[in-house]
Design a protein around this ligand. Structure first.
Ligand code: GAP
Length: 453
């Protein structure tokens, strides 16, 4: 088994991540978070929000609707250009993302380039390909009282159906740009300032793959950092430095596994003048963890034109007016979770016995403590352990109770789910009010007074 297989198996076995709609045979590109996965996810969201919003004076939160007026996606360019190259095998009619079947090509690959290499169809092994088509990745829906029959009904019905078309947002960013004016008009932040959003995004990926790395439903952490146009370079640098620090210090990612990739012009998104992809060495190879893009005034400029509203910002000190430019760091939650799990997943040996542990940063671990009585059939130990459990639960909230199996098995289980400390109540506790605290990473045990926990 590869390391990725081990992580996938642990995540399913211990209730972190399940395949979406597992019970009905699955739903490609979707994943469900179980009890421990939700806790890890919530801790990540809180850590991100705390670092980027709560602790700063120049960042503010926003939480926009997922379904937005479809004008949004025309104005942003997604209706016309948010597409991947789709190729179909003429023999078995399987469809693939063309650039993923050949090495060294990006989304802009042409049919001629593809056919010059002519890879085998991963499904039937033939090389009888059609031509590359652009496949728009936005999920379309209808809003309001429109039925599927309306699309083939009378001209009036068809028009009703056409006008009701809406999309699930493919990025959270547009909810920020469309609220930029609301925010400036209400709280008038000093320049530069950032608007931060965390939430779901939807992309009808041609080939979801690599476990949770390429999903059809994912979550994004996005910041639009609004700056004076001639200061974009220095702001780009400071956001980049701060993000790299955040990834290492708070998500526990090692510097050696993070690589920066300067994206060449032909591979950049249509809105970007500069993009750095932050790549991470996942167990199955290097992949994009997040991107930092300089989006110029592309978005606010287009919103201004389409809405007829003025997007200019008036500098508080100089009175100068300008349309701000934007630096956008954007990170996917699922890619961050897999990076955190890959980094934390460790196998070692204790007293000649193999063990698996998740060395999660304390702030991300689903539980901070596990409390248990040494023996569960001794009421006096159970009573004291319950007292300690309640005390810790009140103080740290994320505390679990375990009195199953023997103490060794409990330690192994807590190691596997990343609980940093196990607290055990034994007969000495009844005498001197001290407990054993066992450390996840070193397996060292110390005696600590209950009141010092
Ligand atoms: N607003 C800019 C934007 O959305 P992107 O490079 O398309 O840029 C940003 O996406 C990040 O969102 C990626 O670096 C990745 O972490 C995450 N992401 C994008 N598509 C994803 C998918 N299908 N599944 C999981 N994460 C995805």
């Amino acid at each position: 088994m590869s390391k990725l297989d081990d992580i996938v198996s642990l995540c399913k076995r211990r209730g972190f991540i399940f395949p979406g709609s597992d019970i009905y045979g699955g739903m490609a590109g979707t994943w469900d978070f179980g009890p421990l996965g939700v806790q890890l996810k919530n801790n990540l969201v809180n850590t991100w929000w705390n670092y980027w919003v709560d602790k700063r004076d120049d960042m503010f939160g926003i939480d926009a609707a997922i379904i937005m007026n479809p004008i949004t996606w025309e104005v942003s360019g997604h209706t016309a250009t948010f597409a991947d190259p789709l190729i179909e095998c003429n023999d078995c009619h399987s469809r693939f993302r063309a650039d993923k079947l050949v090495d060294g090509y990006s989304e802009s690959i042409t049919t001629e380039e593809f056919k010059a290499i002519n890879p085998k169809c991963p499904n039937c092994g033939k090389t009888n390909w059609g031509t590359i088509r652009k496949f728009n990745m936005m999920f379309q829906t209808h809003v309001g009282a429109v039925t599927p029959e309306d699309e083939n009904g009378s001209e009036t019905d068809k028009e009703l159906a056409r006008r009701s078309i809406a999309y699930l947002r493919p990025e959270t960013a547009q909810g920020i740009f469309t609220n930029y004016k609301n925010v400036v008009d209400t709280i008038y932040p000093s320049m530069p300032f950032g608007l931060c959003q965390f939430g779901k995004s939807f992309r009808n990926e041609i080939s979801p793959r690599d476990y949770i790395l390429r999903d059809r439903e994912c979550s994004q952490f996005e910041i639009e950092y609004f700056v004076k146009p001639d200061t974009w370079e220095e702001n780009f640098e400071s956001i980049r430095t701060e993000y790299l620090e955040f990834l290492q210090k708070y998500l526990g990612l090692s510097k050696a596994k993070i690589h920066e990739l300067e994206v060449p012009e032909e591979d950049r998104a249509f809105y970007s003048k500069r993009t750095i992809d932050i790549m991470y060495e996942y167990p199955n190879g290097e992949e994009e963890l997040m991107g930092i893009a300089y989006r110029t005034d592309y978005d606010l400029g287009n919103v201004a034109k389409a809405s007829g509203k003025n997007m200019e910002y008036r500098d508080k000190n100089t009175g100068e007016t300008f349309v701000p430019h934007v630096i956008e760091p954007s990170m996917g939650l699922e890619r961050a979770i897999l990076a955190i799990l890959s980094e934390a997943y460790t196998e070692d040996e204790i007293n000649g016995e193999k063990r698996v542990l998740l060395k999660l940063p304390e702030g991300l671990a689903p539980y901070k403590f596990c409390v248990s009585p040494l023996l569960k059939n001794k009421p006096e130990l159970v009573e004291k352990a319950k007292f300690v459990y309640n005390k810790l639960k009140e103080k740290y909230t994320f505390v679990t109770w375990d009195d199953s199996g023997n103490i060794g098995k409990r330690y192994r289980k807590q190691d596997e789910i990343g609980t940093p400390k196990c607290v055990v109540i034994d007969f000495d506790t009844l005498e001197d009010d001290t407990v054993t605290v066992r450390d996840r990473d070193t397996a060292e045990q110390v005696r600590v007074k209950i009141e010092e926990l």
